[in-house]
Design a protein. Structure first.
Length: 146
């Protein structure tokens, strides 16, 4: 699967250490931002998926590989895409770039199992499957930073 969505964010001071370098755990927050925007851009209202269809998307595992540091006030391009999916699980891959230089800073992935509000596994409702790569794929696009 190759369709992706790019989200741009600016590194905030609170996300950095004393040297102005992004603290490593914040990359998982960036992954969540990328994933949320990817899902929204695909056409899924995640909140409605939870409230109307009792379908949740908890993270079962997450990994990251750092190449270069991100720093305070950098604009980051978070690229998210579905790399593997079926009606029970989805794996989302990420790349984080320094938007000004185009330099790849980190890569990673999160693995999710669809479940109900009680945490019990369930199948993804049919109406959402195309958005998670089960069938048609969402179109790629690139927004402007806010």
């Amino acid at each position: 699967m190759s369709d992706y969505f790019d989200t741009l964010i600016r590194v905030r001071y609170a996300e950095t250490d004393q040297m102005g370098v992004v603290y490593h755990s914040n990359y998982f927050v960036y992954f969540e931002i990328g994933r949320t925007e990817f899902i929204r851009n695909a056409g899924v209202e995640y909140k409605k998926m939870e409230t109307e269809d009792d379908c949740f998307l908890p993270v079962a595992s997450a990994s990251i590989r750092h190449f270069r540091p991100a720093r305070y006030d950098d604009i980051l391009r978070i690229r998210a895409r579905v790399t593997e999916s079926n009606k029970r699980t989805v794996r989302i891959g990420y790349e984080i770039f320094n938007d000004a230089s185009g330099e790849l800073l980190a890569t990673g992935e999160t693995y999710h199992a669809f479940c109900n509000r009680l945490g019990r596994p369930r199948s993804l409702p049919e109406k959402y499957r195309k958005y998670f790569g089960i069938g048609a794929h969402p179109a790629a696009s690139t927004p402007k930073p806010s």
